[in-house]
Design a protein around this ligand. Sequence first.
Ligand code: GLU
Length: 294
Amino acid sequence: MPRSPYRGRFAPSPTGDLHAGSLVAALAGWLRARQAGGQWLLRMEDIDPLREVDGSAQSILADLQRLGLIADGAVMYQSTRHAAYQAALDVLHDKGLIFPCWCSRADLATADGIHRDGHCVRPADSERAPALRLQVPDTTIAFDDMLQGPQRQNLRDTVGDIVLRRADGCWAYQLACVVDDAAQGVTEVVRGVDLMTSTPRQIHLQHLLDLPTPRYLHIPLVTDRDGRKLSKSNLDRPLDGRPVAVLLRAALVCLGVPVENRPEGNIQGLLESAVRHFDIARLEQVGRLSFALP
Ligand code: GLU
């Protein structure tokens, strides 16, 4: 069977500006897509109004544009995808795998915060909307991450019955992500390693929904020069007032791409050379990537 053409995606949540970590993840994904002669798509994960920061969707998109990371095709907005998520939920419901759940965090405190009963242990409460959970079996999901190697997770022990729709009516990231990766025909997911613990849940959902599983490449944690988490450094708003070529260089160096001494401002030249030189083998043994601004 011919292999599907490469399709990657960058899927930011509009909860703040593009920071060094998301910039590096976006760049790594863009480079993989360009090297494969494939497509790179954008998806705005705007399904959680409580966490959304006004204007950040527009500012993330504008920053990507300034950095020369141009998507192939229109941006998908998850806020417009309600019907697709509902259809996926219906499939799982018809399989008898969905149950309404009124448990609070406090109810789950004695079980490490994990719901493992396969049904709600609280009486139904007609006054209060329930969350909708997926019954999760005692199963271990294994996958080979392209950078981090073989991974295994027992779903029941580690995550338990998964919330797919919250009590406030918002769709959960896990369901929306799986439905949209399939809808966008994504063949490879490039994202930060902080999301790797979500991958087994997503693979389990793909199996249940009869959707293909993409390859996964989780890039190492990005820290500042001193090894501090980005949230504790001044790199959470790296684009503020800095020339884009400076940032692009810093992100490329972070990814182990040799950067030639080109005149600043030549974004196109930097990106073209990076497509030739980016090599994930250089990242393989690295625990964390260091983002250093001059
Ligand atoms: N929207 C998620 C985030 O910004 C990323 C989701 C993904 O790449 O799967 O953390």
